[in-house]
Design a protein around this ligand. Structure first.
Ligand code: IMO
Ligand code: MG
Length: 421
């Protein structure tokens, strides 16, 4: 069976912490989409690591980690990432498998990303500038370069064909702020390292694991509101971040999907541009950003902050078939006398509890309910039943509103700050 863990909001829900926390129950942890736009933070034994492309199971000695075909890989960033944790897991390469069908982010994909964003003016997506969109565009446009291609004798010609095509576009966009020679040198050096990793047909590997009764955890990146089909288009990422993405991002049949864990923060954040109905531009939003240390793990950008959006959460639970909810960062709300949750959207004179097809044009206004806050601190060691009453009421309120159980509650970044009910 393949269980799934994924984000239900706009990313940064805490997938890294929970994937790491759940890893001991699994034989394999696999990434199925996204790339180094992700920033998954893990903290244990007083140490902190940020993973971008590598699955969050890498720190456990008995777990195999798979980067699936649906992921886009930047070899330069991959080895920078590995350098950050190699002292901790020097034998990482024994437990890391990379799909030959995963697409490569080329240096010019990053340059095209920057050139396109630059040309968009005030309509910027707020891309992480990691080359994600242009790489997926080449994949669906059928002229991408894949990991397995690095082993072919004509790799250089394939790369140069793609590079020249990208440079045409960059020239047309009149973008010049890059040093391709330096980036190409780093790229070719990283490819030599990439060739030494275990490059495989990961769909065969995963399906054999399923047949052998092994337990697999598929780790999502980004969040469902950034999904290319169902997110706040066009302010989205370029992959399917929802459960369905696990099937084509790893090459497994839907019947092998087991439990789906949906992660959400007790409030909401978003980085980059695009609709965010519950955004709080005032003091309370500032308070959330400060308390929650809401600055991007990948880019360091301050995150936009706001209140829990039950309309969006109900929508993403539906899209993903969420079995169990995981609530993160409840500790951040300690000390607030009232907590707001968005119950429905108002569009003109009408109220709806559906996410409109285009949140950008709809002009929705969030309709809030105020709930009493809690003082804290919330101590995991006391167990759920002994937690503060108003906090337990908040949990119950969300469970009733979404009709799904909150199984895990995280009260801090460290592994042990977690309550499983
Ligand atoms: P994790 O896995 C939050 C956002 C970007 C931008 C939009 C498109 O850490 O939750 P892209 O570079 O993908 O073309 O950018 O998506 N974005 C994320 N926001 N967390 C992430 O990943 C994100 N990955 C991309 O900020 O608005
Ligand atoms: Mg992140």
């Amino acid at each position: 069976m393949v269980d799934v863990i994924l984000g239900l909001q706009w990313g940064d829900e805490g997938k890294g912490k929970i994937a790491d926390y759940l890893t001991p129950k699994y034989d394999v942890v696999a990434r199925f989409q996204g790339g180094p736009n992700a920033g998954h933070s893990l903290e244990f034994e007083g140490k902190k690591f940020v993973l971008n492309t590598i699955p969050s199971g890498i720190f456990h000695k008995t777990t195999t980690n798979v980067i699936g075909n649906g992921v886009v890989i930047d070899p330069v960033r991959l080895f920078q990432e590995i350098d950050r944790f190699i002292a901790e897991v020097p034998d990482y390469a024994d437990r890391l498998l990379v799909s030959k069908k995963a697409h490569l982010i080329l240096p010019t994909h990053r340059i095209v990303d920057a050139a396109l964003e630059n040309a968009k003016g005030d309509k910027k997506i707020g891309s992480t500038l990691r080359g994600i969109g242009p790489t997926y565009r080449d994949k669906t446009g059928r002229h991408g370069v894949r990991v397995g291609d690095v082993l072919l004798p004509d790799f250089k010609a394939r790369y140069e064909e793609a590079r020249d095509r990208h440079l045409e576009q960059v020239k047309w966009l009149e973008y010049t702020d890059f040093d391709l020679e330096k980036e190409e040198a780093e790229f070719y050096a990283a490819l030599e390292q990439l060739k030494k990793l275990q490059l495989i047909n990961s769909e065969y590997f995963i399906n054999k694991c399923i047949k052998d009764g092994k337990k697999i955890l598929a780790e999502g990146a980004q969040g469902s509101m950034l999904d290319i089909d169902f997110g706040t288009y066009p302010y989205v990422t370029s992959s399917n971040t929802i459960t369905a993405g696990v099937c084509n991002g790893l090459g497994i049949a839907p019947k092998h999907i087991g439990k789906v864990y949906g992660i959400f923060k007790a409030y909401c954040t978003r980085v980059g541009s695009g609709p965010f109905p519950t955004e709080d531009f005032g003091e309370e939003g500032e308070w959330l950003r400060k308390q929650g240390n809401e600055f991007g793990a990948t880019t360091g950008r301050p995150r936009r902050t706001g209140w829990l959006d039950l309309v969006a959460l109900r929508y993403t639970c539906m899209l993903n078939g969420v079995d169990e909810l995981i609530m993160m960062k409840s500790d951040i709300l300690c000390g607030s006398d009232k907590i707001r949750v968005c119950e429905s959207y108002k569009i003109g004179n009408e109220t709806t509890d559906e996410v409109p097809a285009s949140l950008v044009e709809s002009g929705v206004e969030a309709v809030y309910t105020n709930l009493p806050g809690w003082v804290g601190p919330l101590n995991y060691a006391e167990g759920f039943d002994n937690l503060e009453g108003t906090f337990k009421d908040y949990i119950q309120y969300i469970e009733n509103a979404i009709d799904t159980r909150i199984k895990i509650i995280s009260l801090g970044p460290e592994r042990e700050n977690t309550i499983v009910r």
